[in-house]
Design a protein around this ligand. Structure first.
Ligand SMILES: C[S@@+](CC[C@H](N)C(=O)[O-])C[C@H]1O[C@@H](n2cnc3c(N)ncnc32)[C@H](O)[C@@H]1O
Length: 256
Protein backbone atom coordinates (compact mmCIF):
# COMPACT_ATOMS: atom_id res chain seq x y z
CA UNK A 1 0.00 0.00 0.00
CA UNK A 2 1.27 3.41 -0.93
CA UNK A 3 0.25 5.18 2.24
CA UNK A 4 2.87 7.10 4.20
CA UNK A 5 0.83 6.78 7.39
CA UNK A 6 0.31 3.05 7.48
CA UNK A 7 0.42 1.93 11.09
CA UNK A 8 -0.22 5.43 12.45
CA UNK A 9 -2.48 5.61 15.47
CA UNK A 10 -5.96 6.49 14.24
CA UNK A 11 -5.87 4.23 11.19
CA UNK A 12 -8.00 1.52 12.81
CA UNK A 13 -10.40 4.16 14.13
CA UNK A 14 -10.91 5.71 10.70
CA UNK A 15 -11.17 2.31 9.06
CA UNK A 16 -14.16 1.63 11.32
CA UNK A 17 -15.72 5.09 11.02
CA UNK A 18 -15.28 5.19 7.25
CA UNK A 19 -16.03 1.51 6.57
CA UNK A 20 -19.40 0.79 4.90
CA UNK A 21 -21.42 0.46 8.14
CA UNK A 22 -19.60 3.33 9.85
CA UNK A 23 -20.16 5.62 6.89
CA UNK A 24 -23.88 4.86 6.84
CA UNK A 25 -24.22 5.58 10.54
CA UNK A 26 -22.10 8.73 10.41
CA UNK A 27 -23.96 10.14 7.41
CA UNK A 28 -27.30 9.36 9.06
CA UNK A 29 -26.29 11.26 12.19
CA UNK A 30 -24.83 14.05 10.04
CA UNK A 31 -28.12 14.42 8.18
CA UNK A 32 -30.07 14.55 11.43
CA UNK A 33 -27.76 17.23 12.84
CA UNK A 34 -27.29 18.89 9.42
CA UNK A 35 -23.60 19.02 10.20
CA UNK A 36 -20.84 16.48 9.93
CA UNK A 37 -17.51 17.57 11.37
CA UNK A 38 -15.52 15.74 8.72
CA UNK A 39 -17.76 16.06 5.65
CA UNK A 40 -18.79 19.65 6.32
CA UNK A 41 -22.02 21.62 6.27
CA UNK A 42 -25.15 19.62 5.42
CA UNK A 43 -27.72 22.27 6.36
CA UNK A 44 -30.52 23.29 4.05
CA UNK A 45 -30.10 26.68 2.35
CA UNK A 46 -31.89 28.79 -0.20
CA UNK A 47 -29.79 28.24 -3.31
CA UNK A 48 -30.70 30.01 -6.54
CA UNK A 49 -32.40 26.85 -7.83
CA UNK A 50 -34.42 26.31 -4.62
CA UNK A 51 -33.98 25.20 -1.00
CA UNK A 52 -31.79 22.12 -0.58
CA UNK A 53 -29.01 20.59 1.47
CA UNK A 54 -25.54 21.98 0.89
CA UNK A 55 -23.51 19.66 -1.37
CA UNK A 56 -21.29 19.71 -4.47
CA UNK A 57 -24.44 19.28 -6.59
CA UNK A 58 -26.24 22.23 -4.94
CA UNK A 59 -23.14 24.41 -5.49
CA UNK A 60 -22.84 23.47 -9.18
CA UNK A 61 -26.55 24.01 -9.86
CA UNK A 62 -26.44 27.34 -8.02
CA UNK A 63 -23.62 28.58 -10.26
CA UNK A 64 -25.47 27.38 -13.38
CA UNK A 65 -28.69 29.07 -12.29
CA UNK A 66 -27.19 32.42 -11.26
CA UNK A 67 -24.99 32.67 -14.35
CA UNK A 68 -27.41 31.14 -16.85
CA UNK A 69 -24.66 28.73 -17.88
CA UNK A 70 -25.44 26.60 -20.92
CA UNK A 71 -22.61 24.05 -21.02
CA UNK A 72 -21.23 21.71 -18.32
CA UNK A 73 -18.26 19.34 -18.37
CA UNK A 74 -17.80 16.66 -15.69
CA UNK A 75 -14.37 15.04 -15.44
CA UNK A 76 -14.72 11.78 -13.48
CA UNK A 77 -18.26 10.43 -13.34
CA UNK A 78 -18.29 6.90 -11.92
CA UNK A 79 -22.12 6.66 -11.83
CA UNK A 80 -24.18 9.17 -13.81
CA UNK A 81 -27.08 8.91 -11.35
CA UNK A 82 -24.84 10.09 -8.47
CA UNK A 83 -24.22 13.58 -9.84
CA UNK A 84 -24.17 14.04 -13.63
CA UNK A 85 -27.91 13.47 -14.08
CA UNK A 86 -28.66 15.87 -11.21
CA UNK A 87 -27.02 18.80 -13.00
CA UNK A 88 -29.51 21.13 -14.66
CA UNK A 89 -27.76 22.47 -17.74
CA UNK A 90 -28.73 22.48 -21.42
CA UNK A 91 -25.57 20.81 -22.64
CA UNK A 92 -23.73 18.26 -20.45
CA UNK A 93 -20.60 16.35 -21.38
CA UNK A 94 -18.88 13.64 -19.34
CA UNK A 95 -15.36 12.21 -19.43
CA UNK A 96 -14.27 9.03 -17.61
CA UNK A 97 -11.95 6.23 -18.80
CA UNK A 98 -13.90 3.57 -16.91
CA UNK A 99 -16.36 2.03 -19.38
CA UNK A 100 -18.77 1.31 -16.51
CA UNK A 101 -19.22 5.08 -16.09
CA UNK A 102 -20.82 5.23 -19.59
CA UNK A 103 -19.27 8.66 -20.20
CA UNK A 104 -19.67 10.58 -23.47
CA UNK A 105 -15.89 10.50 -23.80
CA UNK A 106 -14.55 7.23 -22.32
CA UNK A 107 -10.92 8.29 -21.92
CA UNK A 108 -8.63 10.00 -19.38
CA UNK A 109 -9.02 13.78 -19.12
CA UNK A 110 -5.54 14.44 -20.60
CA UNK A 111 -6.50 12.58 -23.76
CA UNK A 112 -9.87 14.32 -23.93
CA UNK A 113 -8.28 17.77 -23.72
CA UNK A 114 -5.61 16.81 -26.27
CA UNK A 115 -8.16 15.54 -28.80
CA UNK A 116 -11.09 17.96 -28.45
CA UNK A 117 -11.34 21.72 -28.16
CA UNK A 118 -14.88 22.07 -26.76
CA UNK A 119 -15.50 25.12 -24.60
CA UNK A 120 -17.60 25.25 -21.44
CA UNK A 121 -19.27 27.64 -19.03
CA UNK A 122 -18.64 25.37 -16.04
CA UNK A 123 -16.27 22.43 -15.46
CA UNK A 124 -16.45 20.03 -12.50
CA UNK A 125 -13.14 18.23 -11.82
CA UNK A 126 -13.41 14.92 -9.95
CA UNK A 127 -11.31 12.43 -11.94
CA UNK A 128 -7.89 11.09 -10.99
CA UNK A 129 -7.29 12.11 -7.36
CA UNK A 130 -3.58 12.97 -7.52
CA UNK A 131 -2.20 16.47 -7.10
CA UNK A 132 -0.34 16.42 -10.45
CA UNK A 133 -3.43 15.38 -12.38
CA UNK A 134 -5.73 17.89 -10.66
CA UNK A 135 -3.19 20.64 -11.31
CA UNK A 136 -3.24 19.73 -15.04
CA UNK A 137 -7.03 19.36 -15.11
CA UNK A 138 -7.37 22.89 -13.71
CA UNK A 139 -4.88 24.25 -16.30
CA UNK A 140 -6.64 22.52 -19.19
CA UNK A 141 -10.10 23.56 -17.96
CA UNK A 142 -8.97 27.20 -17.62
CA UNK A 143 -8.01 27.11 -21.30
CA UNK A 144 -11.53 25.91 -22.25
CA UNK A 145 -13.63 28.29 -20.13
CA UNK A 146 -16.00 30.73 -21.79
CA UNK A 147 -15.85 34.32 -20.46
CA UNK A 148 -17.59 34.46 -17.09
CA UNK A 149 -17.08 30.71 -16.59
CA UNK A 150 -16.02 28.79 -13.50
CA UNK A 151 -14.23 25.59 -12.49
CA UNK A 152 -15.32 23.57 -9.46
CA UNK A 153 -13.03 20.93 -7.96
CA UNK A 154 -14.11 18.20 -5.58
CA UNK A 155 -12.34 16.77 -2.49
CA UNK A 156 -10.32 19.88 -1.68
CA UNK A 157 -10.59 19.59 2.10
CA UNK A 158 -9.54 16.15 3.40
CA UNK A 159 -10.44 16.37 7.10
CA UNK A 160 -7.75 13.95 8.29
CA UNK A 161 -4.52 12.41 7.06
CA UNK A 162 -6.43 9.17 6.56
CA UNK A 163 -8.86 10.83 4.12
CA UNK A 164 -5.97 12.48 2.30
CA UNK A 165 -4.04 9.20 1.83
CA UNK A 166 -2.58 8.51 -1.60
CA UNK A 167 -4.50 5.30 -2.44
CA UNK A 168 -8.20 4.55 -2.22
CA UNK A 169 -7.91 0.95 -1.09
CA UNK A 170 -7.02 0.17 2.52
CA UNK A 171 -6.68 -3.49 3.53
CA UNK A 172 -9.05 -4.64 0.76
CA UNK A 173 -11.72 -2.04 1.58
CA UNK A 174 -12.62 1.37 0.13
CA UNK A 175 -13.28 3.81 2.97
CA UNK A 176 -14.07 7.49 2.20
CA UNK A 177 -11.17 9.04 0.31
CA UNK A 178 -10.19 12.49 -0.92
CA UNK A 179 -6.73 11.57 -2.20
CA UNK A 180 -4.13 14.24 -2.76
CA UNK A 181 -6.33 16.28 -5.15
CA UNK A 182 -5.97 19.31 -2.86
CA UNK A 183 -2.28 19.54 -3.80
CA UNK A 184 -3.22 20.34 -7.41
CA UNK A 185 -5.43 23.19 -6.21
CA UNK A 186 -2.73 24.34 -3.78
CA UNK A 187 -0.13 24.51 -6.56
CA UNK A 188 -2.27 27.19 -8.24
CA UNK A 189 -3.04 28.91 -4.90
CA UNK A 190 0.70 29.44 -4.52
CA UNK A 191 1.42 30.86 -7.92
CA UNK A 192 -1.61 32.29 -9.72
CA UNK A 193 -2.36 35.89 -8.77
CA UNK A 194 -4.66 36.06 -11.84
CA UNK A 195 -7.18 33.63 -10.34
CA UNK A 196 -9.76 33.81 -7.59
CA UNK A 197 -9.73 30.57 -5.59
CA UNK A 198 -11.88 29.45 -2.66
CA UNK A 199 -13.05 26.20 -1.09
CA UNK A 200 -16.59 25.85 0.24
CA UNK A 201 -16.79 23.87 3.48
CA UNK A 202 -19.27 21.21 2.39
CA UNK A 203 -19.08 17.78 0.73
CA UNK A 204 -15.35 17.21 1.44
CA UNK A 205 -14.48 20.69 0.15
CA UNK A 206 -15.76 22.13 -3.13
CA UNK A 207 -13.08 24.28 -4.77
CA UNK A 208 -14.06 27.31 -6.85
CA UNK A 209 -11.57 28.64 -9.41
CA UNK A 210 -12.12 31.43 -11.92
CA UNK A 211 -10.18 34.27 -13.55
CA UNK A 212 -9.86 37.11 -11.05
CA UNK A 213 -7.22 37.95 -8.49
CA UNK A 214 -5.78 36.63 -5.24
CA UNK A 215 -2.80 37.08 -2.99
CA UNK A 216 -0.85 33.86 -3.69
CA UNK A 217 -0.55 31.65 -0.61
CA UNK A 218 3.02 32.12 0.69
CA UNK A 219 3.49 28.96 2.75
CA UNK A 220 4.47 25.38 1.90
CA UNK A 221 1.84 23.07 0.35
CA UNK A 222 3.79 19.85 0.09
CA UNK A 223 2.40 17.55 2.77
CA UNK A 224 -0.77 16.87 4.71
CA UNK A 225 0.91 18.56 7.70
CA UNK A 226 1.14 21.79 5.67
CA UNK A 227 -2.59 21.61 4.99
CA UNK A 228 -3.53 20.75 8.56
CA UNK A 229 -1.37 23.55 9.99
CA UNK A 230 -2.93 26.35 7.95
CA UNK A 231 -6.06 24.92 6.34
CA UNK A 232 -8.17 28.09 6.29
CA UNK A 233 -5.56 30.28 4.66
CA UNK A 234 -4.06 27.65 2.35
CA UNK A 235 -7.43 26.69 0.89
CA UNK A 236 -9.11 30.07 1.40
CA UNK A 237 -11.90 28.12 3.09
CA UNK A 238 -15.35 29.72 3.12
CA UNK A 239 -18.68 28.71 4.65
CA UNK A 240 -21.80 27.96 2.64
CA UNK A 241 -23.42 31.30 3.71
CA UNK A 242 -20.25 33.07 2.49
CA UNK A 243 -20.55 31.22 -0.82
CA UNK A 244 -24.18 32.31 -1.20
CA UNK A 245 -23.23 35.92 -0.48
CA UNK A 246 -20.18 35.96 -2.77
CA UNK A 247 -21.89 34.20 -5.69
CA UNK A 248 -25.35 35.77 -5.62
CA UNK A 249 -24.73 37.65 -8.89
CA UNK A 250 -23.39 36.50 -12.27
CA UNK A 251 -19.61 36.47 -12.65
CA UNK A 252 -18.75 39.20 -15.13
CA UNK A 253 -15.64 39.05 -17.23
CA UNK A 254 -14.27 42.25 -15.71
CA UNK A 255 -15.46 41.77 -12.12
CA UNK A 256 -14.09 38.28 -11.68
C1 LIG B 1 -14.88 10.00 -7.39
S1 LIG B 1 -15.36 9.34 -8.89
C2 LIG B 1 -16.38 10.60 -9.59
C3 LIG B 1 -17.67 10.81 -8.85
C4 LIG B 1 -18.68 11.76 -9.44
N1 LIG B 1 -18.11 13.00 -9.97
C5 LIG B 1 -19.70 12.11 -8.37
O1 LIG B 1 -19.61 13.20 -7.79
O2 LIG B 1 -20.54 11.28 -8.07
C6 LIG B 1 -13.87 9.45 -9.80
C7 LIG B 1 -13.99 8.96 -11.25
O3 LIG B 1 -12.88 9.48 -11.95
C8 LIG B 1 -12.53 8.57 -12.95
N2 LIG B 1 -11.16 8.87 -13.40
C9 LIG B 1 -9.99 8.35 -12.92
N3 LIG B 1 -8.95 8.85 -13.61
C10 LIG B 1 -9.47 9.72 -14.51
C11 LIG B 1 -8.92 10.56 -15.50
N4 LIG B 1 -7.58 10.63 -15.72
N5 LIG B 1 -9.74 11.32 -16.27
C12 LIG B 1 -11.09 11.28 -16.07
N6 LIG B 1 -11.67 10.49 -15.14
C13 LIG B 1 -10.87 9.73 -14.38
C14 LIG B 1 -12.70 7.22 -12.30
O4 LIG B 1 -12.88 6.21 -13.29
C15 LIG B 1 -13.94 7.45 -11.43
O5 LIG B 1 -15.10 7.00 -12.08
Amino acid sequence: MDWEDEGEPGRMFWLAVEGKAGQKLRRGIGRLLSWDPIYGDMKRYRFAQGTERASRIAIVNHMIHVNNYQSYLEIGVRRKSAMFEEIHCNKRISVDPDLKADADYPMPSDEYFARYDHRFDIVFIDGNHTGDQVKRDIEHALGRLNPGGVILVHDMNPPTRFHGRTTYEVAGTFPSWNGTSWKGYAAHRRTRSDLTMRVVHTDWGVGIVHPGSQEPYPGPCDSYDDLARDRNALLNLISVPDFLRLYAEPLTHEAQ
